[in-house]
Design a protein around this ligand. Structure first.
Ligand SMILES: *[C@@H]1O[C@H](CO)[C@@H](O)[C@H](O)[C@H]1NC(C)=O
Length: 208
């Protein structure tokens, strides 16, 4: 009987390990503080391809991630709605599991951070449920506008594991990320530098 229990216990452990493979790879070591800051969408994948194609609700371009004190994460995105660049702000509330969040967007989403090294890339898995239907989306974000092919390959392998075929992975490196708002701010900043050389303008317009 003891032996049987030991065998059963082992099997249970194996089942647990297997089940965990589907969720976060980083598990309890995940440090949400370190994923804050600027990111850029590099690759997106989905088993419902139209969701990531033009006009798809999951074709959204990240700008930054912010961590609230209550451990919720805020994501700022840019997307194209009716041919216009629009900002999108989503708050993801944490669950009891490390690296797993809930968010309402185009239905309900369970959001899992599958992998990250914090400095270069982050890989995210989304399970969407809406009106009894479900689909998955995966995203690869980079700190810089381009990522090495090694990391892209890693993303491909993880997609395959989740059952997303390689034909449904889109490279958005060269796509319009609709970051006009960002460009706008940069223009303002450079204008500011130019005008600050003009002290007369400064004293009349800025100094009270
Ligand atoms: C956490 O705080 C943010 C910002 O104040 C808020 O939007 C969000 O709903 C909060 N989440 C929870 C679970 O209270």
């Amino acid at each position: 009987l003891l032996l049987l229990l030991v065998v059963l216990g082992l099997e249970l452990t194996l089942v647990c390990v297997h089940a965990e493979g589907k969720t976060s790879l980083i598990g309890k070591n995940f440090n949400p503080e370190k994923i804050q800051g600027k990111w850029r969408t590099i690759l997106v994948a989905s088993d419902k391809r139209e969701k990531i194609e033009e006009h798809g609700s999951m074709r959204i371009f990240v700008e930054y991630i912010h961590l609230f004190r209550n451990s919720s994460l805020a994501f700022k995105f840019h997307t194209i709605v009716n041919k216009e660049c629009t900002e999108l702000y989503l708050v993801r509330d944490k669950t009891e599991e490390a690296g797993v969040y809930d968010v309402k967007y185009d239905g309900y989403n369970r959001f899992t951070i599958l992998d990250t090294d914090y400095d270069d890339y982050i890989i995210i898995h989304l399970r969407n449920i809406k009106n009894g239907e479900t689909f998955q989306t995966m995203k690869l974000y980079g700190r810089k506008p381009k990522l090495s092919s090694n990391i892209k390959k890693k993303f491909g392998v993880l997609c395959k594991k989740q059952g997303i075929v390689i034909e449904n992975i889109l490279d958005l490196t060269e796509a319009d990320h609709c970051l006009q708002a960002e460009v706008g701010r940069m223009t303002c900043a450079s204008r500011w530098v130019i005008s600050s050389e003009n002290e007369e303008w400064l004293s009349t317009n800025i100094v009270p």
